[in-house]
Design a protein around this ligand. Structure first.
Ligand SMILES: C[S@@+](CC[C@H](N)C(=O)[O-])C[C@H]1O[C@@H](n2cnc3c(N)ncnc32)[C@H](O)[C@@H]1O
Length: 263
């Protein structure tokens, strides 16, 4: 089991020496965006999602809720996040209350199968499917919850070949819960789930540049608390991930798709 951290908000407040509601957006971005690329990665997904006021997005594997809150702030839409890690959902709810977004951004501790809705305007997964063995069933579950023609955006980690990346990784401590596809396998799984492809992009170079910039920023002005400090073996996991991207063992791919049916 990889995602075992609990009492996340009290830990953030202890390390930061202040209430989470008092943290700046930049400080929060370093804590609640559990993927490479930070808030800039979410920005890259937004045009494809085509969200606006009055719409509702579904964030599957919403983690601590950083992407969901950013999408709600930026587009004016509502967001529902689902995640199977109870302590992450609890932290996401608390951080959302602190951000004053609780009326528009909600989080549920449930697998997708526990969500009885089929009317979402758009959905996203960011750094989630690496933990999912049956990717076709996972994305079919998302397709079933979108309105006809609804958008799906993914920002996901893939392998390039059979060389295993160094462990531990952000999504897996020992490798037993890591099911990395190649980029082609992931794209085909999503299409086999019923989605039509709109855009497919290798964002590895962009992501490695983001990691390099992050390293420079952390060395120059280390924040009192950041995501790696909250995670079991956090710094090693982040470093191994960055090394695997730089050495060509892993890639990050971004995709946009449309759900079956005419809008
Ligand atoms: C690396 S974190 C990414 C969190 C968030 N998407 C982000 O980018 O900030 C992966 C998250 O996916 C969740 N997760 C893994 N498998 C899942 C599944 N089958 N259904 C829902 N959530 C899942 C984990 O609990 C964890 O919160």
């Amino acid at each position: 089991m990889t995602y075992t951290e609990s009492d996340i908000v009290p830990t953030v407040e202890r390390l930061a020496g202040q209430d989470v509601a008092a943290l700046t957006q930049e400080q929060l971005d370093g804590i609640d965006q559990f993927h490479a690329g930070g808030p800039q990665a979410v920005d890259r997904l937004l045009p494809g999602l085509r969200l606006g006021r009055g719409m509702t997005a579904l964030d599957v594997g919403s983690g601590l809720g950083g992407p969901a809150r950013q999408i709600a702030r930026t587009t004016g839409c509502d967001v529902v996040g689902v995640d199977i890690t109870a302590s992450y959902v609890a932290a996401a709810v608390e951080l959302t209350r602190g951000a004053g977004l609780a009326d528009r951004v909600t989080f549920l501790h449930t697998p997708l199968t526990g969500l009885p809705r089929a009317d979402f305007d758009a959905a996203l997964t960011m750094h989630v499917q690496m933990n999912v063995r049956d990717k076709r069933a996972f994305y079919a579950g998302i397709a079933a919850r979108l309105r006809p023609g609804g958008r799906l955006a993914v920002f996901e980690v893939c392998r390039t070949g059979s060389t295993p990346p160094p462990l531990p990784l952000p999504w897996s401590l020992d490798g037993t819960d890591s099911f990395l596809p190649t980029a082609g396998e992931l794209r085909r799984s999503i299409q086999a789930a019923g989605f039509d492809l709109v855009e497919w992009s290798d964002d590895t170079a962009w992501t490695t540049a983001w990691f390099a910039d992050l390293g420079r920023r952390l060395a120059t002005a280390p924040p009192p608390v950041s995501l790696p400090a909250l995670l079991t073996d956090g710094p090693t996991r982040m470093l191994n991930y960055a090394i695997a991207l730089t050495s060509g063992t892993l890639t990050v791919h971004r995709g946009t798709f449309t759900a079956p049916g005419t809008p």
